[in-house]
Design a protein around this ligand. Structure first.
Ligand code: DCM
Ligand code: DCM
Ligand code: DCM
Ligand code: ZN
Ligand code: ZN
Length: 263
């Protein structure tokens, strides 16, 4: 996801923190530092020389065959340099590792806030055409690629704007209302059925499988090269985008509450 997606995930997560979760965030990130304000830090860090090691942690390249057959195989798909599943496992453990410096624990939590968002973007759980980066499309006539549209253009259109407090507040509140009493109210318990920070790798693999399945259901069904996405493709995608962002936010809130309970 781009900045709006990550900030929305973090804003939704913040809404679901219990008292222990709120105090955990304040202790680890520093007083007054919001989850939304650090949610895209990992995307800046990965392009620095110090942060290059973390670039593979944003995705898992599932070598499946969409749209016919989808699936993630951790042994096959998580390479020696790591992937989003191993990163969530590593940083879940590091966030609560009292033997690490406060700054390393903070960085671990910032990575988690980001990766629990990225893992719900279907194309971050897919190897095909480099997660869609190599599928040329147009967005309102401008040349781009399928991955970028899922990360940014379609999210901004669904949110009603680019990154601003007003956009984040309205988009987050809309999705929170659907979680609490709307179309997600019966699904939400299933989103956090894996909530044991001691089995983070199993949970993250289940989350990757869940998002990867959407590549067969919708994301990679329409893959004629150069297609215009700002039309019927967007209309079909928006329910999945909202679902995945709501899911990431609700899960992240529960994960932080679980980290706080385990600390
Ligand atoms: N690091 C990490 N995960 C690990 C070990 C290290 O992300 N399991 C990161 C934290 C620092 C960098 O590597 O950004 C260097 O770590 P250290 O400070 O432990 O040398
Ligand atoms: N930052 C962060 N977590 C870190 C390092 C940096 O959230 N572990 C944020 C704080 C600043 C920005 O990234 O807003 C730039 O930080 P730096 O000066 O450390 O590169
Ligand atoms: N990406 C991905 N799978 C890959 C490579 C990249 O999901 N195998 C994601 C990470 C970024 C986007 O695609 O969100 C663009 O990556 P980059 O800037 O590395 O080209
Ligand atoms: Zn991306
Ligand atoms: Zn990312």
């Amino acid at each position: 996801w781009g900045v709006v997606g990550h900030a929305t995930v973090a804003t939704i997560a913040t809404h679901y923190l219990n008292d222990a979760g709120k105090s955990y965030i304040s202790t680890k990130l520093g007083p007054g530092v919001t989850m939304a304000s650090v949610a895209s830090w990992a995307d800046n860090f990965r392009y620095t020389s110090a942060g290059r090691f973390s670039a593979p942690f944003h995705f898992i390249d599932a070598e499946d065959t969409p749209p016919t057959s989808c699936g993630v195989d951790l042994t096959r798909d998580c390479g020696p340099t790591g992937c989003v599943v191993s990163a969530i496992n590593n940083y879940t453990s590091r966030a609560n590792d009292a033997s690490l410096s406060a700054s390393n624990q903070k960085q671990a939590l910032e990575f988690l806030i980001h990766f629990i968002g990225d893992i719900t973007q279907p194309l971050h759980d897919e190897a095909e055409e480099l997660g869609g980066n190599h599928i040329p499309v147009t967005w309102d006539g401008t040349a781009t690629n399928l991955h970028s549209c899922w990360d940014t253009q379609m999210v901004e259109k669904a949110a009603g704007g680019t990154n601003s407090t007003a956009t984040l507040t309205s988009f987050s509140n809309k999705l929170i209302a659907e979680i609490d009493g709307g179309m997600y109210s019966s699904a939400k318990d299933g989103w956090i059925s894996c909530d044991n920070v001691a089995t983070a790798s199993d949970c993250a693999l289940a989350w990757a499988q869940d998002a990867n399945a959407l590549n067969c259901q919708y994301v990679l069904k329409a893959n004629e090269t150069g297609m215009e996405l700002d039309g019927s493709y967007y209309d079909g995608a928006v329910p999945y985008i909202e679902l995945q962002i709501a899911k990431g936010g609700y899960r992240l809130g529960a994960w932080v509450n679980a980290l706080a309970a385990a600390a």
